[in-house]
Design a protein. Structure first.
Length: 143
């Protein structure tokens, strides 16, 4: 393998795990910091969907729910045609850290891509997680 398979981001949040869990696993939370609107059936095999005002849509499948510490889903790989069946797996892990929470996000599955698709997907999602997690911090701090 000539490139990394996963993106890993860790954020220290000044909020308890329960509040962070609600922000990442409810339609209200996801639609506030991640997309502009969201729907979620929070159970393994459940469907989730986020939309953005500019017209983008992310359809997801909930894969793992271990409240209040682990939430995982699969979704379409950025840059691939809509009909492409390949997906990456995103997992949020929440760990109590004093009065706050250490949130780790791991997105894996990039090694399945050819070189030309890898650059767009990995680079786009690396930048995307930096931006989205910043929005999560702002959302939690404002609530």
């Amino acid at each position: 393998m000539g490139f990394p398979d996963q993106i890993v981001r860790t954020v220290e949040l000044a909020h308890p795990p329960g509040k962070v869990w609600t922000a990442i696993t409810t339609a209200e939370g996801l639609g506030s910091w991640f997309g502009n609107t969201a729907e979620i059936d929070l159970r393994p095999g459940g469907a989730a969907r986020m939309t953005w005002t500019e017209g983008r849509v992310a359809n997801m499948r909930v894969e793992r729910v271990e409240e209040p510490s682990v939430f995982g889903f699969t979704w379409h790989i950025y840059g691939l045609p809509d009909e492409d069946p390949r997906r990456t797996y995103v997992e949020f892990t929440l760990e109590p850290d004093g009065a706050g929470t250490r949130l780790t996000v791991v997105e894996s599955g990039f090694a399945q891509l050819p070189d030309e698709a890898f650059q767009a997907a990995f680079g786009g999602n690396t930048d995307g997680w930096k931006s989205e997690l910043g929005e999560l911090v702002e959302y939690l701090d404002a609530a």
